[in-house]
Write a protein that binds this ligand. Structure first.
Ligand code: HEC
Ligand code: HEC
Ligand code: HEC
Ligand code: HEC
Ligand code: HEC
Ligand code: HEC
Ligand code: HEC
Ligand code: HEC
Length: 414
């Protein structure tokens, strides 16, 4: 009976949509009918009717979306774009893959901002190097992020092997994978495919799918910060779906990842370029200032300025920048030890074939990064026990390992 009911409802819904579309269409001047609106709406009815049976969750999610309420149809997204492979499907010609190219038909400014960000080409090149990209794509990205795309494939990934890359590195880094149709990346990493939601994108857990673990513990740091604790306490009262062009602190009095890195708030423009507000390359072994240091710091501090005084924010930055400096010093000390071993031929030039190379990698990649990220995002435990304590302890360890190598080299018969 419930099957009968849902088919019945679907048929009624589809018929209603067709009739409305026909009525709407009749009112329009001739030119508009060149875009077959009536066919599109009828098609959505047919897609939805059948897919309610075949893959019901997709239709349920779609119906909850803003797209459904403004009349963006299945075919609006699934329709074939120039350069895409076609798929003949139940009497329709659809695209074999829906990519950022399909979204950018209607959201071109978001796509352009995204393309400038490190979420685009740099993210995928961090694993696969420049090879999968066209020359134009490499040249475009290199203008914004020199060296981030024009680079060799990642050595550690090669050593771990193809299957580890596919289900591991690439699962996160494919946010910037080039698509066969010439576009780059997936918008759905943050919005999902059929809910296509702002609310979802503003949740810390959405970013935390990739921004987690000891090498980039952003979600863990956020959860322990005052912001994270308050967000979890007040989440139900927040208007997480607020229109980005009119977002105020009344909608969200506590920041999530998106607030600080993307949202428009109090005069700061909303952006899909997550690099705009960053003044250091914190992920690097030794963190230098970005060329955009001054502008980027002004941008981020203006976001804090919606909720804090300038004194509060400046004092916070001063402390965080001091952590960057002291971490840089420690990492350089560790690097000196390693350079000394390579120079004395006590290590082979190949990476990741001797235990001490892993100790050094963890040194900056885990503990160094964690200390810096913790300092900038309010995670005291990460600055201390997962950061500076480890930096101290592991330097002792590195020195001992280096000493051992020298001793063994001096008396090779042992
Ligand atoms: C009469 C039924 C029917 C209609 C109408 C229909 N589909 Fe499908 N579609 C299916 C079935 C069945 C599958 C395969 C499901 C599975 O593998 O479990 C499918 C699969 C798909 C896939 C995955 C294709 C792939 O190769 O992986 C997409 C995308 C899709 N449909 C979109 C649409 C869109 C968009 C429309 C309307 C333009 C539509 N469908 C109309 C029945 C239908
Ligand atoms: C906002 C754009 C958008 C709209 C609207 C949309 N889709 Fe999709 N759909 C996608 C994207 C993106 C994918 C993932 C495609 C890929 O990976 O190539 C997808 C995938 C699918 C799949 C395959 C899913 C799977 O997990 O196997 C089906 C089936 C599908 N859509 C049906 C529909 C139907 C039916 C409608 C209308 C009720 C619809 N879609 C509306 C964007 C959309
Ligand atoms: C045919 C045009 C069209 C296509 C294609 C399209 N959208 Fe949209 N999208 C819209 C319109 C119209 C709105 C509503 C805008 C508004 O509310 O002002 C919207 C709204 C959105 C929103 C805001 C949702 C919210 O919660 O308020 C997101 C996010 C979004 N689209 C993402 C996507 C993604 C991702 C794709 C591709 C997978 C896509 N759109 C494809 C037309 C489109
Ligand atoms: C859980 C998701 C995830 C996995 C798995 C993952 N990464 Fe990352 N990676 C990230 C995130 C998020 C960042 C950004 C960190 C930051 O900026 O603090 C990043 C940063 C990087 C960077 C530094 C940025 C750059 O462009 O140089 C490199 C290199 C990198 N990853 C390579 C890899 C390789 C190689 C693998 C597999 C061996 C891998 N990643 C696995 C999420 C992931
Ligand atoms: C890193 C996560 C992420 C990715 C990737 C992403 N978005 Fe968004 N998007 C967001 C967030 C967060 C917001 C809401 C910003 C705010 O708080 O106001 C948003 C807002 C939007 C909106 C609503 C804008 C408005 O003014 O109504 C649209 C449309 C949209 N995104 C489309 C896209 C498209 C198209 C892509 C792919 C080119 C994309 N997004 C990729 C996180 C993302
Ligand atoms: C699908 C995985 C994924 C998701 C989801 C994701 N990111 Fe990322 N993000 C990455 C990767 C990978 C990088 C590293 C790119 C590089 O530098 O190579 C990155 C880098 C960044 C950077 C650093 C950019 C720079 O210039 O160094 C920021 C900031 C960021 N992401 C914020 C966010 C926010 C905020 C969200 C949620 C709204 C989010 N990300 C969601 C994978 C993801
Ligand atoms: C209160 C604001 C705020 C919140 C909330 C916040 N961040 Fe940040 N984030 C910052 C600041 C400030 C920096 C350092 C900026 C700089 O370099 O000047 C930063 C740095 C980063 C970086 C480092 C980029 C690099 O250079 O390696 C990433 C990635 C990032 N944040 C992601 C996230 C994610 C994911 C979340 C949520 C889990 C989050 N942030 C929550 C303010 C915030
Ligand atoms: C949308 C509002 C909002 C934004 C944006 C925001 N914060 Fe906060 N922050 C809060 C609230 C609310 C509290 C809790 C304040 C209280 O207890 O009265 C808080 C608490 C803090 C605390 C812990 C309390 C303390 O004084 O030690 C620090 C540190 C902090 N914020 C720093 C920042 C920095 C730095 C930025 C920008 C990178 C920022 N915040 C952006 C709302 C915000």
């Amino acid at each position: 009976m419930s099957t009968f009911r849902s088919v019945f409802i679907a048929v009624v819904l589809a018929t209603a949509l067709i009739v409305t579309a026909l009525l709407v269409n009749r009112e329009r001047p001739g030119l508009d009918t060149e875009r077959p609106e009536a066919d599109m709406v009828a098609a959505t009815g047919r897609c939805a009717t059948c897919h309610r049976e075949e893959t019901p969750a997709i239709v349920v999610e779609y119906e909850k979306s803003r797209h459904a309420s403004v009349g963006t149809s299945c075919l609006d997204c699934h329709g074939l774009q120039d350069g895409q492979e076609s798929l003949e499907h139940r009497g329709f010609t659809i695209s074999a893959a829906v990519t950022a190219l399909n979204c950018q038909q209607c959201h071109s400014s978001q796509y352009r901002e995204f393309l400038r960000s490190r979420h685009a080409a740099p993210a995928f090149a961090a694993v696969e190097g420049a090879e999968p990209f066209s020359d134009e794509q490499v040249a475009f990205s290199e203008r914004y992020h020199p060296g981030a795309v024009d680079r060799p494939p990642n050595m550690l990934a090669r050593l771990e092997g193809v299957s580890a890359i596919a289900s591991g590195c690439a699962s996160c880094h494919k946010i910037g994978q080039p698509n066969a149709d010439g576009s780059i990346g997936t918008c759905t990493s943050c919005h999902s495919r059929h809910l296509a939601s702002i609310e979802l994108a503003r949740l810390p857990t959405t970013c935390g799918q990739c921004h987690m673990g000891p090498d980039h513990s952003q979600i863990e740091i956020y959860e322990e910060s005052t912001h994270g604790v308050l967000f979890n306490a007040q989440r139900d009262e927040m208007n997480l779906g607020a229109d980005p062009r009119r977002l105020t602190v009344a909608d969200m009095p506590v920041p999530t990842c998106a607030t600080c890195h993307m949202s428009g708030l109090g005069g700061v423009g909303v952006t899909h370029d997550t690099s705009e507000r960053l003044s250091y390359w914190l992920f690097a072994a030794v963190s230098e200032r970005r060329p955009t240091y001054v502008q980027a710091q002004d941008n981020m501090k203006a976001v804090c300025g919606n909720c804090h005084t300038a004194n509060h924010t400046d004092a916070f930055y001063e402390e965080a920048e001091a952590v960057v400096e002291s971490t840089n010093e420690r990492v350089l000390e560790a690097k000196d030890i390693m350079d000394g071993l390579y120079d004395a031929d006590l290590l082979t030039p190949a990476p990741f074939d001797e235990p001490i190379e892993f100790t050094y990698f963890d040194y900056w990649h885990y503990w160094g990064r964690t200390a810096k990220h913790g300092a900038f995002m309010g995670g005291a435990d990460f600055v201390q026990w997962h950061g500076n304590y480890q930096l101290l302890a592991q330097l002792v360890e590195l020195r001992a390992l280096a000493e051992e190598l020298r001793t063994r080299h001096a008396s090779p018969t042992e």
